[in-house]
Design a protein around this ligand. Structure first.
Ligand code: KG4
Ligand code: ZN
Length: 344
């Protein structure tokens, strides 16, 4: 088929999102529209995402967001060649809203349904934005995930490492909460860190010496809490110093892990230029971005950071994963289940 047009729906966390993506015969993608409605304000007061509020909000908004996505692309339902939705992993109430809506649309227009693994959406985004070729390494660092994935092909993923406790974005959010900086915490911590002394506090660097590519952030989080308690009442300078020390610890851990991951990639694929894609909300952090760029440079590797809008949760990444799967004939039946847990 020459050109396929896919609707993608994402509702697995606190973004209600829909997008239209086209894929041409050469496998190149184009985002025709990408609508994201964040529920941040609805969850703010609770310092985190409340699943029941999220699900209800998705119910309220999804139909409008899908209509907006079609309008913005100047298309109607009849123009779609397939409908993709996140089928997991994620908050199950939200996933059910998106997947059920996708099933209904697919059935109504008589087009294929593709139930997409949210992580696969993140994993394949760089092929939409940068036309990245297989194989490549993905570092996914968001509020819900911290993992290294070797992406060998559509549907061919090897998880090389993951977090054994908190996700990285979650660690940022929890530190921000301890310091009363607001939610989401990542951007706040980064802002405060700019004015702080990164050498003032020595925090533990979990698993730093280990060979495996896993992460652990809960001990670090506890160390930050103890430091904050010991220094209380906190002056602005104290807060800035804690943020700077925390962030530089994270940077040290990521540098080490990424170096190891790139070296493993180069061992397994000696004939390829190593490519590392960084995705997820934490990729927005400038200090982290610069550090990883440096690590990639030192390893003769290419660092690929898709535009932030497509790196954080969105419908385009789901539509694109759906398009890639559809091109291979990998479609789903309407009885596909929503899955709260679904490792790649
Ligand atoms: O990918 P994302 O938008 O949503 C999912 O979690 O799937 O990631 C959100 C996470 C939050 O935990 C947020 O605190 C973190 O990304 N984040 C950051 C920054 N911007 C967002 N963490 C560190 N530095 C940032 N500048
Ligand atoms: Zn995500």
């Amino acid at each position: 088929q020459a050109r396929t047009i896919i609707l993608g729906i994402e509702t697995s966390c606190d973004e209600t999102a829909a997008a239209i993506v086209a894929r041409n015969a050469n496998g190149q993608g184009e985002v025709l529209s990408n609508i994201v409605r964040t529920q941040l304000d609805e969850h703010k007061a609770f310092g985190g995402v409340v699943p029941e509020i999220a699900a209800r909000s998705h119910v309220q908004w999804l139909d409008h967001i899908v209509a907006q996505a079609l309008d913005a692309a100047n298309l109607g339902y009849k123009d779609l060649d397939g409908v993709a939705a996140t089928a997991g992993p994620g908050l199950i109430g939200g996933v059910l809203v998106g997947l059920t809506t996708a099933k209904a649309i697919a059935r109504a227009i008589g087009r294929p349904l593709i139930g997409v693994n949210h992580l696969e959406g993140h994993a394949l985004t760089a092929r939409l934005t940068n036309n990245t070729q297989f194989p490549f390494l993905l570092l996914l660092v968001s509020g819900g995930h911290s993992q290294f994935v070797l992406v060998k092909g559509v549907g061919e993923y090897e998880r090389w490492g993951t977090t054994i406790d908190d996700a990285l974005g979650e660690a940022f959010d929890k530190v921000a909460k301890m310091l009363n900086l607001g939610f989401p915490g990542g951007p706040k911590v980064e802002e405060w860190a700019k004015k702080g002394d990164a050498n003032r506090f020595k925090f533990p660097r979990p698993l730093l010496k280990e060979k495996r590519l896993d992460f652990s952030f809960s001990g670090l989080k506890t160390a930050v809490r103890l430091a904050a308690e010991a220094a209380a009442p906190l002056s602005d300078q104290d807060v800035a110093d804690i943020c700077a020390s925390f962030q530089s610890t994270i940077v040290a851990v990521l540098e080490r892990r990424c170096a190891q991951a790139l070296e493993r990639f180069q061992e397994e694929f000696p004939d390829e230029v190593a490519q590392m894609v960084v995705a997820g909300g934490v990729a927005a952090n400038q200090q982290i971005g610069e550090a990883l760029r440096q690590v990639a440079f030192e390893h003769g590797a290419e660092l690929i950071v898709p535009p932030m809008k497509l790196c954080t949760d969105n419908g385009a990444m789901i539509a694109w994963a759906g398009a890639e799967r559809l091109a291979l004939g990998q479609v789903d039946r309407s009885n596909i289940a929503a899955r709260p847990r679904w490792p790649l």
